[in-house]
Design a protein around this ligand. Structure first.
Ligand code: ZN
Length: 270
């Protein structure tokens, strides 16, 4: 379902999902303002970047530290995904705290994280790719995943639900929120991506629209459908409707800015 996320600039730019907040989930999706990074990364950036110019790692750590403090925690409680557009979801514990930030990253791609312990702050990132936060307040299990088109095609959101259920969550009570990301208003794609999706499942054609001879992909619709298929109730899926491409005032966007740009993050903890 579409619901307006709550945007705040205090103490830094971030959004929350009313659905997740009502369920008691401690979570945020970051926006671009309020951090310490400069230049193309100004200012609330959560990745060094893969372009010709990278952000200083100490700035990235400081931005994470600000978020940790917001949750009343320290940066060494953050467990940070190692995103390779994989469909790997890992259930983590306190032993994984610091991974990817104050400790070395995971050794292989981990695009989804699940946790059933308190005191672990899960973090995934995106700058057009969809970030999804999930929570089951009854059984106290939370999850987060990074779902670009590859992860969406591979069903990582559904795999995150499965990992949560394996950790004790109940599908009936899981709530999920879809963060700021490239939306079908702007996310133009090529014919080959349409073929890749429809070769995998003809029903995926429903997530593409034609406008003025161009194709646009509805990633959020595909993620929502995967969550529904995995047993998450319709009214339990919150899509904030925020497009990273058409809001340069608020979000970083790979499509709009190229590889030298900042990256937003999404955080959740029990
Ligand atoms: Zn847009």
């Amino acid at each position: 379902m579409r619901e307006s996320f709550v945007y705040s600039t205090v103490p830094f730019g971030h959004l929350t999902s009313p659905l997740l907040s009502a369920a008691g989930a401690k979570h945020i999706f970051t926006a671009k303002d309020g951090g310490v990074s400069e230049g193309a990364f100004a200012s609330f950036n959560f990745a060094a970047g893969g372009g010709e110019v990278c952000d200083r790692w100490e700035n990235v750590v400081e931005n994470h530290t600000m978020v940790a403090h917001f949750f009343g925690m320290e940066a060494d409680r953050i467990c940070r995904s190692y995103q390779t557009h994989s469909t790997k979801v890992l259930t983590v514990t306190a032993a994984h705290c610091g991974t990817g930030l104050t400790l070395p990253p995971f050794e292989e791609g981990v695009d989804g994280l699940v946790c059933a312990e308190e005191g672990v702050l899960l973090s995934v990132r995106g700058a057009d790719c969809v970030t999804v936060l999930l929570y089951d307040g009854g059984s106290r299990v939370c999850g987060a995943c990074h779902s670009g088109w590859r992860g969406t095609l591979g069903g990582i959101a559904a795999l995150t639900v499965e990992a949560m259920c394996a950790a004790g969550a109940s599908r009936d009570s899981i709530v999920a929120a879809i963060g700021p990301s490239a939306r079908s208003c702007c996310y133009r794609v090529g014919e080959e991506l349409y073929c890749t999706f429809t070769d995998a499942d003809v029903k995926n054609a429903a997530f593409f629209t034609h406008r003025n001879g161009e194709l646009y992909l509805d990633l959020q619709g595909a993620v929502s459908a995967a969550l529904t298929e995995a047993g998450v109730k319709d009214g339990h899926i919150s899509d904030g409707g925020e497009c990273s491409i058409c809001r340069p005032d608020r979000y970083f966007s790979h499509r709009r800015q190229g590889p030298v740009r900042g990256t937003m993050a999404a955080f959740i903890t029990l």
